[in-house]
Design a protein around this ligand. Sequence first.
Ligand code: SF4
Length: 244
Amino acid sequence: MFDCTCPAGLFPPDRSIGAELESVCARHAGFSALRRAITQDHVGRIAVVSSFGAESAVLLALVADIDPSTPVLFIDTRQHFPETLAYRDELTRFLGLTDVRTIGPTNADIDANDPPGELWRFDPDACCRLRKVTPLERALAPFDAWVTGRKRHQALTRVALPLVEQVDGKAKINPLADWTAAQIEAEMVRRGLPRHALSTAGYPSIGCATCTVAVASGEDPRSGRWFGTGKVECGIHRLPETVD
Ligand code: SF4
């Protein structure tokens, strides 16, 4: 049984529906949760966090549909592929986003902790904390809710990802939680969204240039991230209680 939360109320909660319609309704539920968060529950106090990676365009397109002035936070770790910075600018223009904010470690942070930029080699957790987690915590301080593009299919650590969760006193909205890779791809095509230049060159998941390698077709898309280290998350998404 599927409890439909589609805003149109197309499927009554007491009626069993087919898997395909469940999927359609679940995606509507994600969009509905996003729209409600931006326009009702957290007006002026919500930000989207985007890596401007291979699958970022769909979430940003949904946000632009609702309100293109929604703040979008991009963490510039200073270790990105140049293609990622170019894609940030291209996608911002394409979607008409008017408040994309580039955040990141300060010069003082880098000078004190990683002047040569080599911390990722011997302590990637400390590097992610320095270049991603701490800058994001600072940038999110004025907001009481944020939006992520995480999906359940991406990793074992995300299989129970809820649509909305509460973490450290802030609401986290995950409107794409239920979307499959095929649905993301179909939406990219349907909307004619521009692609990250590396996404068709063996990089289905794109992080820092220092920590991302290309993967072969059919391999786990995230297996190219922190390849060979056992690390699977950067630390900005601590596991919700439902996964522990
Ligand atoms: S992904 Fe690599 S380079 Fe980027 S912040 Fe994390 S450890 Fe550092």
